[in-house]
Design a protein around this ligand. Structure first.
Ligand code: BJW
Ligand code: ZN
Length: 247
């Protein structure tokens, strides 16, 4: 691990800035559950019953109950050392931006200035009738919640299976990757598209890929360096190592 960490830090310094791609694993140590894996949400809930437009059409209240429960977790959660290390890497010019699949807003809460949300945010809702968007200060009490403008049905402002990711966000992610010297991938299984395609795109363009994960993933075949461990432990060490090399 020490040698791998030094190798990753050297890449980060020499090819800076890196673009970062994050997934649920970066927030696991903040108490936000991941999707897949032994403690993942999908063990207890079926995605096709909850995270699809069809599920919402069938039973908006059930879908909202699941989202309200997750909103309660997210509103209580605080950024962990992984989020904070990434924000510090941005301040030092090691990292240009974070492209995240997470909907929890914890990168922004840690002071990350550049964040591209590929799957939206659980902290916002949008109206299924007039498109009005709003940001929640706390989870809604009446379910399903109604639009303050037109009385239409509100939905979580997130991207469900079968829905396209926001075009602007995806275009931005591709442009940022093109400008970046490499890609740092943290805590994602890498199986959900199109986000999961970024590591292969980086590798095909000859850019180094650094992966941080507690276990191997669909990203690992593209990783130049694989750092096994918890993001909240590995990223602060990577930051310190890179800081030493910058000094
Ligand atoms: C740690 C750790 C610690 C733990 N430290 N690590 C091309 C090929 C094949 C399929 C498709 C394709 N294109 C589209 C599809 C279909 C589909 C898809 O990808 N399906 C696959 C599952 C096969 N994709 C879509 O439908 C997407 N839409 C799309 O592409 O549209 C195209 C289109 C165009 C035009 C018209 C119509 C359509 C949309 C995908 C939306 C995904 N939505 C969700 C829910 C968001 C809302 C919500 O939160 O409720 O997004 S699903 C869920 O998965 C969520 C996540 O963002 C996403 C990714 O999960 P993530 O982050 O990787 O989490 P996990 O749990 O999988 O992994 C956690 C990792 O962390 C693990 O590896 C752990 O080991 C690790 N870990 N603790 C470090 N402490
Ligand atoms: Zn409305």
């Amino acid at each position: 691990m020490r040698a791998e960490l030094a190798r990753a830090a050297r890449l980060l310094v020499e090819r800076r800035p890196f673009l970062v791609l994050t997934g649920a694993g970066v927030s696991a140590e903040s108490g936000v559950p991941t999707f897949r894996g032994p403690d993942g949400l999908w063990r207890r809930f079926r995605p096709e019953e909850l995270a699809t437009p069809e599920a919402f059409r069938r039973d908006p209240k059930l879908v909202w109950e699941w989202y309200r429960w997750r909103m309660e977790l997210v509103f209580r959660a605080r950024p962990n050392p992984a989020h904070r290390a990434l924000a510090e890497m941005e301040r030092l010019g090691l990292v240009s931006c974070v492209v995240t699949q997470n909907v929890d807003g914890l990168h922004q809460a840690a002071g990350q200035r550049c964040v591209v949300e590929l799957h939206g945010s659980i902290r916002r809702a949008r109206c299924t009738s007039c498109g009005h968007r709003l940001a929640w200060e706390r989870p809604p009490s009446e379910l399903p919640p109604r639009c303050p403008r037109c009385g239409g049905l509100l939905r979580p402002d997130v991207v469900w299976f079968g829905e396209p990711v926001p075009e602007g966000a995806w275009r931005r992610a591709l442009a940022l990757l093109e400008e970046a010297g490499g890609l740092l991938v943290v805590g994602t299984s890498g199986v959900v598209m199109p986000a999961g395609a970024l590591p292969a795109l980086a590798a095909a363009a000859g850019k180094p890929v650094i992966e941080v994960n507690v276990e191997e993933s669909a990203v690992t075949p593209y990783a130049t360096v694989f750092l096994r461990g918890r993001a909240g432990e590995v990223l602060p060490r990577l930051l310190e190592e890179a800081r030493r090399m910058l000094a």
